[in-house]
Design a binder for this molecule. Structure first.
Ligand code: ADP
Ligand code: MG
Length: 275
C-alpha cells in the first residue's frame, strides 16, 4: 500500500465529488470499477466512501464487509431514514476507505420506495444529513437496472461514470441510459453530468475490443479515460478473497490499470474545481 513514491499525493477536490457508477447492463464491470477506483483513490490519500446500492452486495463483499441479520445497511438508510454515519464501516486494511454496505433487504427496496415521500431523493437526503466535509469522494455502485435505486443514485450525485465492456453489444442500451441521465437532469438534478467513461475487460489481441474502444472514443471523446482496463484473471479472483485487486495483487495488469484510471479521475478534479 505504501511505497508509491512521489505519486502519493493526488490533488484533493475542493468539495466531496459524488460519483454514480452506472450501466443498466449486468457484468460490465460496475462493481469491479467502483471497488478498485475507490481503493486506488484511498491508497493515494483521498478519503473515500463506497455506497453499495446493489442488492447483490458484491461491492460490500469485495470490501470485506461483515454482514448478518442485524447489519444496518443502505436499505435502512433509504427506507427507514437511518443515518449513513451509523452504517458506514471502515474497510479492513485500507485506511481512508469506508463502505455503506448492502444487504439482501435492498432487493425489496425498489418496491417499498414506491410508496414513500420523495422516493427519488431518499439517498440525496441521506447525504445531506451526512457530514461530507471529511470526504473527498463518494462512489455509488448501482444495480443493473434503471429503477428507483439507480434514480436515487443519479439524484444524489454530481457525476455519472459509465463502465463499458469492450465486447459485442457494448453500446446496446447505452441510449436508454443516456436518456435516463437527461431525464433526471432536467427534472430532478440539474447539476448532473456524465463525467467519465471507462473501457473495461479490454483484450488488445482481438479486433472486436479495438473496434469497440474506437467506437466509444469517437462517440464520447474526452469523457473516455485514456486508461483501458484489460481483462485480467487477478481482477476476477480478488473478490473471492474479500479484497480489491489493488491489495490482492498490486502489480497485476488490472491493478496497474485501475490505478491509472483513478489517477486520471483525481487529476480531472483539478479541472472541475478550477472551472
Ligand atoms: P457489474 O457490477 O457491472 O455487474 P462486475 O464488476 O461484477 O460487473 O463484473 C462482472 C464479472 O466480470 C465479475 O465476475 C468480475 O470479476 C469480472 N471482471 C470485471 N472486470 C474484469 C477484468 N478487468 N478482468 C477480468 N474479469 C473482470
Ligand atoms: Mg455489480
Amino acid at each position: 500500500m505504501a511505497g508509491q513514491g512521489h505519486e502519493d499525493a493526488w490533488p484533493r477536490p475542493k468539495t466531496c465529488r459524488i460519483i454514480s457508477v452506472a450501466n443498466q447492463k449486468g457484468g460490465v464491470g460496475k462493481t469491479t470499477t467502483t471497488v478498485n477506483i475507490a481503493a486506488a483513490l484511498a491508497m493515494h490519500g483521498q478519503r473515500v466512501l463506497v455506497v453499495d446500492l446493489d442488492p447483490q452486495g458484491n461491492a460490500s463483499t469485495a470490501l470485506g464487509m461483515e454482514r448478518d441479520a442485524q447489519t444496518r445497511s443502505i436499505y435502512h438508510c433509504l427506507v427507514e431514514d437511518e443515518e449513513i454515519r451509523n452504517l458506514a464501516q471502515p474497510v479492513p486494511d485500507i485506511p481512508n476507505l469506508w463502505c455503506a454496505p448492502a444487504t439482501i433487504d435492498l432487493a425489496g427496496a425498489e418496491i417499498e420506495l414506491v410508496s414513500l415521500v420523495a422516493r427519488e431523493a431518499r439517498l440525496k437526503r441521506a447525504f445531506a444529513a451526512y457530514d461530507t466535509t471529511d470526504l473527498d469522494y463518494i462512489l455509488i455502485d448501482c444495480p443493473p437496472s434503471l429503477g428507483l435505486l439507480t434514480v436515487n443514485a443519479m439524484v444524489a450525485c454530481d457525476e455519472v461514470m459509465i463502465p463499458i465492456q469492450c465486447e459485442y453489444y457494448a453500446l446496446e442500451g447505452l441510449g436508454q441510459l443516456l436518456r435516463n441521465v437527461e431525464l433526471v437532469k432536467s427534472h430532478l438534478n440539474t447539476g448532473l453530468s456524465i463525467s467519465t467513461i471507462l473501457l473495461t475487460m479490454y483484450d488488445g489481441r482481438t479486433r472486436l475490443s479495438q473496434q469497440v474502444a474506437e467506437e466509444v472514443r469517437s462517440h464520447f471523446g474526452d469523457l473516455v479515460l485514456n486508461t483501458l482496463v484489460p481483462r485480467s484473471v487477478r481482477v476476477s479472483e480478488a473478490p473471492s478473497y474479500a479484497q480489491s485487486v489493488m491489495t490482492y495483487d498490486p502489480t497485476s495488469t488490472g491493478a496497474v490499470a485501475y490505478l491509472g484510471a483513478a489517477r486520471e479521475i483525481a487529476h480531472r478534479a483539478e479541472g472541475l474545481s478550477a472551472g
